[in-house]
Structures are given as structure tokens and as C-alpha cells.
Design a protein. Structure first.
Length: 152
């Protein structure tokens, strides 16, 4: 896990007793999940559809105001062998922008297989094929956030 922060000092105890928002960044959509450190559980929240950056960050701003997280998690897309992809750099840029705009620490978490796991979860609930499109990204964000909670 990599932490991106503008070298701000923050209280680790307050971060570890707080709400967390997680983003599954994609060029078309961004899945969002929410969770609580104290409960160590993640829940799908919403999907931000393909919009311009300004609209995406307006939606994210509303979510941050509503949930008041002390930490943001961004899933880091990597190949199966751990190598970076073309989207990896875009994702890192997105994470830096989150930190710069909202002054909240951002942690990058390996997201390998999160979409596959999310699809399997949706299949198990009876949501299959194209019906998954609306929820897949937010369930992938939930998977990423839950893997973060499981690692701390």
C-alpha cells in the first residue's frame, strides 16, 4: 500500500477511527464504496458514470461532504504479474488530485482481481451479465476497501 499525502501531519488515531471512501477508478466509470474503520466492513455506495473531470470531482466533493472521511482509498490497477498498466498512471494521477483537492490522505491499494471477485459476488446474488454493469464498479470498490480493512 502506498500513501499519498501533501506532507500534512494527521492524527493516525483519528484516521483509524473514521469513515473511509474507496474509489475503483476507471476511464469510463468510478465505483465508490464506504466503510468504517471501527466496523472494518465495506459497502458499495455509488457509481460515477463517464463524465468530465469537473463533474466527477463535483460528485466526489458531495460524497466527501456527506461522509466526511479521514482517509481515501484508491484501487491501483496492476497486471497479474504486478506490472503497471496504462491505467495505473491515470489512477495515480487521480489519487494525487484527490489529495490535492480535498487535503485528505489517499492510500493506493492493489486491486488485482477485484472486478472478477465483484462479478462473482453479483452472480451469487442472481445479478448476471449486462445487469451487473450498473453495480460492478461500486462492488469492486467494496472489494478493494474490504481488502484494505482485512490487511490492517
Amino acid at each position: 500500500m502506498l500513501l499519498i499525502d501533501n506532507e500534512n501531519v494527521y492524527d493516525a488515531k483519528s484516521v483509524l477511527a473514521s469513515t473511509v471512501l474507496c474509489f475503483d477508478f476507471g476511464e469510463q466509470r468510478i465505483g465508490v464504496a464506504v466503510g468504517e474503520h471501527l466496523l472494518t466492513s465495506a459497502n458499495p455506495l455509488t457509481t460515477i458514470d463517464n463524465e468530465g473531470n469537473q463533474v466527477r470531482f463535483e460528485v466526489i466533493n458531495k460524497l466527501i461532504k456527506e461522509w466526511q472521511p479521514k482517509l481515501l482509498i484508491v484501487g491501483l490497477p496492476l497486471n497479474a504479474d504486478g506490472a503497471e498498466t496504462n491505467v495505473t498512471q491515470l489512477c495515480k494521477k487521480f489519487a494525487r488530485r484527490l489529495n490535492g483537492r480535498f487535503n485528505i490522505p489517499v492510500m493506493l491499494v492493489d486491486e488485482r482481481y477485484s472486478s472478477v471477485e465483484a462479478s462473482n459476488k453479483l452472480n451469487q446474488t442472481g445479478i448476471k451479465g449486462r445487469a451487473q454493469k450498473a453495480m460492478l464498479d461500486q462492488v469492486a470498490a467494496q472489494t478493494i476497501l474490504q481488502s484494505y480493512f482485512d490487511s490492517i
